[in-house]
Design a protein around this ligand. Structure first.
Ligand code: NAD
Length: 510
């Protein structure tokens, strides 16, 4: 049916199909029986085929075979594959972005940004392919060399979440491939078409560069497919992005077989707004981080801890900005807030707002469902600002929806204590013009998060740094800096060219 103000399901399905085929996906991939839906209307885009848990073993077998060739392929040659992937991503940036918008409900600009992030990580990984450095240390023995070498680790299993349907895969895959590891990807159930598009581009890059076919495999499917990857003894590294609930299930299972895991889980990210803060900057930073992507980023700002001297004005200005946000079809120019991913997300948001009110909170603006008449199966909501009398139970939880709780503080120590008193430890920021305050926030007794920012919001990280967080965020690091080390194994080498056999620590054995 035509819905004024929202696109037609047939039109959305046609857009998805065209984008997918342009990426080079096989038409046969669309002949399955599992519906792929769009949160824009709740309608069906296509039907795909899910793998079964039983198919995981074969996929791992093929990856193990590919590893035998790939691990001895020189790293800069492996880099050539990733370079080609980056070129294809640049060529098909808009196609892949269409799929991301349609399946994750992101605005066109944010969806393009997600693909740009993939291109950026390819650039970084290509450079890394010539910089997988080991160190040389002074040996205590004459005529000896002590050094370390980094070797490919093995098969990497990637499990990803709906909200970054393709970027998270690329952070892992671009780096794993230059490190010499084949990748098997189990994407979110909600975003099969985006993953088919991205995987098709990598398949083309593999064909163009003559790399082993099975260095990349995609397994669409449910949790059971993820669990089979988690439990497989030949998956050397399991990199999983999603909820803390998922990580809590995955981590002990991988640890139980002495596998390696890299976890990127939930966040409950906050900004402290100090008395000296530039409020224009703070308002813009808060609105993008709290309402952008309809509050569905792991780095979304969920708490604002503002000094009592600025909190009233800040809330007023954030609420005023919220009232101007265009909510609707995220593929339309000017729209800044798209839909929630589905009914459960909406129910969670409503329940959180009810709990917040019961716990003494006051909803300043937002929280109402909109466009329900046009699309009863889509869940658009006005982002909410809620004043709280303290950091109650609901404030300490991650609710994956656009709710920002505002608390007041008097002393910076108190603000930092509140800031850290949540189970997650992903991203954080402080808005202040006082350098001593900023340094205090970044110091060992400041923010306990993996990402700590000054005068910028909590979301929108660049790929050059290591990405990830502490506590219930899972402790993993991906992307830049030395995050590549998680995808390799270290060997320490002692080489004796002395013709003698001196023992370390001066031990005599004769
Ligand atoms: P989710 O946990 O429901 O699902 C994530 C993935 O895990 C899916 O592919 C799912 O099939 C799989 N999965 C679920 N249970 C599993 C199990 N027991 N074994 C193996 N696989 C399993 O998460 P979601 O709703 O798709 O995403 C939202 C969550 O992800 C939020 O909590 C958000 O903060 C988090 N997230 C974190 C990051 C980060 O980098 N830290 C990035 C994006 C999203």
């Amino acid at each position: 049916a035509t819905r004024p103000g929202l696109p037609d399901d047939t039109d959305l399905a046609a857009r998805a199909r065209a984008a997918l085929l342009a990426c080079g996906a096989d038409e046969a991939a669309l002949a399955g029986d599992q519906p792929a839906r769009t949160p824009i209307t709740g309608g069906e885009l296509a039907r795909v085929t899910w793998a079964t848990a039983a198919e995981v073993d074969d996929a791992v077998g093929r990856a193990v075979e590919a590893f035998a060739t790939w691990r001895t392929t020189p790293a800069p040659v492996r880099g050539a594959l990733v370079k080609r992937l980056g070129e294809l991503l640049a060529e098909h940036k808009d196609d892949l972005a269409v799929l991301v918008s349609l399946e994750a409900g992101k605005t066109t600009s944010e969806a393009r940004g997600e693909v740009q992030e993939m291109i950026d990580i390819c650039d970084l990984a290509v450079g890394m392919s010539r910089q997988l450095y080991g160190r040389t240390m002074p040996s205590e023995r004459p005529g000896h060399r002590l050094m370390e070498t980094w070797h490919p680790l093995g098969v990497v299993g990637v499990i990803s979440a709906f909200n970054f349907p393709v970027a998270v895969w690329s952070w892992n895959t671009a780096v794993a491939l230059v490190c010499g590891d084949p990748v098997i990807w189990k994407p979110s159930e909600a975003t099969p078409l985006s993953s088919l598009g991205a995987a098709a581009l990598l398949d083309r890059a593999i064909a163009d560069t003559g790399a082993p076919q099975h260095v990349s495999q995609l397994l669409l499917g449910g949790r059971d497919v993820g669990e089979a990857l988690v439990d497989h003894p030949d998956v050397a590294l399991l990199s999983a992005t999603g909820s803390t609930r998922m990580g809590r299930e995955v981590a002990p299972r991988v640890a139980g077989r002495f596998g390696r895991y890299l976890l990127e889980l939930g966040g409950n990210n906050a900004a402290i707004v100090a008395p000296s803060a530039d409020l224009d900057l703070a308002v813009r930073g808060i609105v993008f981080a709290a309402a952008g992507t309809a509050g569905q980023r792991c780095t979304t700002m969920r708490r604002v801890i503002a000094h009592s001297s600025v909190v009233d004005e800040l809330v007023e200005r954030v609420a005023a900005a919220y009232r101007t946000l265009a909510i609707g079809d995220p593929t339309t120019d000017g729209v800044l807030v798209g839909p929630l991913i589905g009914a459960p997300a909406y129910e969670t948001m409503t329940a959180a707002l009810t709990a917040a009110t019961e716990q003494g909170g006051q909803i300043v603006c937002g929280g109402t469902r909109v466009l329900e008449d046009l699309a009863p199966d889509a869940y658009y909501v006005e982002p909410a600002v809620v004043r709280m009398p303290g950091q109650t139970a609901i404030v300490r939880q991650e609710t994956f929806a656009p709710i920002v709780y505002v608390l007041a503080y008097e002393e910076l120590d108190e603000a930092i204590a509140l800031h850290n008193a949540v189970p997650h430890g992903l991203s954080s920021s402080i808005f202040t013009a006082d350098q001593a305050e900023a340094e205090r926030f970044l110091a060992a007794d400041g923010s306990d998060c993996g990402i700590s920012n000054v005068n910028i919001g909590t979301s929108g990280a660049e790929i050059g740094g290591a990405f990830g967080g502490e506590k219930e965020t899972g402790g993993g690091r991906e992307s830049g800096s030395d995050a590549w080390k998680a995808y390799m194994r270290r060997a320490t080498n002692t080489v004796n060219y002395s013709g003698e056999l001196p023992l370390a620590q001066g031990v005599e054995f004769a």
